[in-house]
Design a protein around this ligand. Structure first.
Ligand SMILES: *[C@@H]1O[C@H](CO)[C@@H](O)[C@H](O)[C@H]1NC(C)=O
Ligand SMILES: *[C@@H]1O[C@H](CO)[C@@H](O)[C@H](O)[C@H]1NC(C)=O
Ligand SMILES: *[C@@H]1O[C@H](CO)[C@@H](O)[C@H](O)[C@H]1NC(C)=O
Length: 291
């Protein structure tokens, strides 16, 4: 009946966290605040469980929480030459904290998706805040394998090239409708995906499962404070609702500073709509022509 191995593992999580540094809730309040937690669909065998219910690793609740942990890791570690992908959820449990929300404890394995490197296992905690709190999920992770990520040389080369170029770089439809990405656009796809992870982290709740679908287009802007800056129009796919969401992002990047998203604007779904999003600010608003 007892789960000694499991209990021990939870202790390891806490130690791992304290080594991993301060708690870092990344996301600021943003344009879409949707953190109202609904009843989680709990597998029947867990009905009535009070706390720390074990979850089936390949079922949605565990997978969703694991995805959120991966979005978080991508906000911190992804670059034009690296991205982190979920390989597998090995173990998952859920603790209901009542008003404070729901906490998932996960043992996951990751891989780097550019070089296909195995990044080994990670311990993660994902807290979906309770209904009162309009906040993004909070994530803590401890992953040894992330030390393997080192793309600084390629990043420096790309940065120099783009920083000294006379014509700003732009592109569209990455990948194209056949799923292809031109080799020279790959870093820009990865940068777009890294930026998208900020949105996906912030927008995720227990009933979403976001994936980056496409970079509709991007344009390089003026470099500011030694950060390259881009305007991206990205499409996200929510696998649960099957919705495609449009977001316009201001993306800043440098090898030293990493990726950041100073501004994100959700584009409401209205294909022939002339009105700019009410949430938009001048920076990202453009007179939209019906297509
Ligand atoms: C999760 O987010 C989606 C998309 O923003 C929203 O429609 C849904 O109501 C949210 N669900 C919960 C439980 O907050
Ligand atoms: C980017 O280029 C500008 C000049 O075009 C230069 O002043 C600046 O130092 C460069 N930034 C870096 C980090 O190399
Ligand atoms: C970028 O793509 C979006 C979505 O397809 C489109 O509405 C917009 O006009 C495009 N912007 C540019 C500058 O091409």
């Amino acid at each position: 009946m007892g789960r000694p191995g499991w209990t021990l593992w939870v202790v390891v999580v806490l130690i791992g966290d304290s080594l991993a540094g301060p708690y870092r809730p990344d996301a600021e309040p943003g344009p879409l605040e949707t953190n109202n937690i609904e009843e989680l669909e709990v597998p029947p065998e867990l009905d009535g469980a009070m706390s720390d219910a074990e979850l089936v690793p390949h079922h949605y609740p565990a997978q969703r929480a694991a995805k959120v942990a991966v979005h978080y890791l991508n906000t911190r570690h992804a670059s034009p030459y690296s991205c982190i992908e979920l390989n597998r959820v090995h173990k998952a449990s859920l603790e209901d904290l009542g008003q404070a929300g729901k906490k998932y404890r996960l043992q996951i394995s990751l891989k780097e998706c550019v070089s296909n490197t195995d990044l080994g296992q990670c311990l993660a905690e994902v807290l979906f805040p309770g209904e009162q709190e309009q906040r993004a999920p909070q994530v803590q992770c401890s992953c040894e394998g992330l030390k393997k990520l080192n793309t600084r040389a390629e990043e420096d080369a790309l940065f120099q090239r783009l920083n000294t170029s006379n014509s700003p770089l732009s592109g569209c439809n990455i990948p194209d409708s056949y799923g292809n990405i031109a080799p020279e656009m790959k870093p820009m796809w990865h940068l777009g995906a890294a930026a998208a992870s900020f949105v996906m982290l912030k927008e995720s709740n227990e009933s979403t499962l976001y994936n980056m679908a496409q970079v509709a287009n991007f344009t390089q802007l003026e470099t500011e404070n030694d950060q390259l800056r881009f305007k991206y129009h990205i499409l996200l796919h929510d696998m649960i609702s099957q919705e495609i969401l449009h977001w316009k992002l201001l993306v800043a990047w440098s090898p030293a500073g990493g990726v950041s998203v100073p501004q994100a604007d959700w584009e409401p779904k209205c294909h022939h709509c002339e009105l700019p999003s009410a949430k938009s600010t001048p920076e990202a608003t453009k007179p939209s022509s019906a297509s």
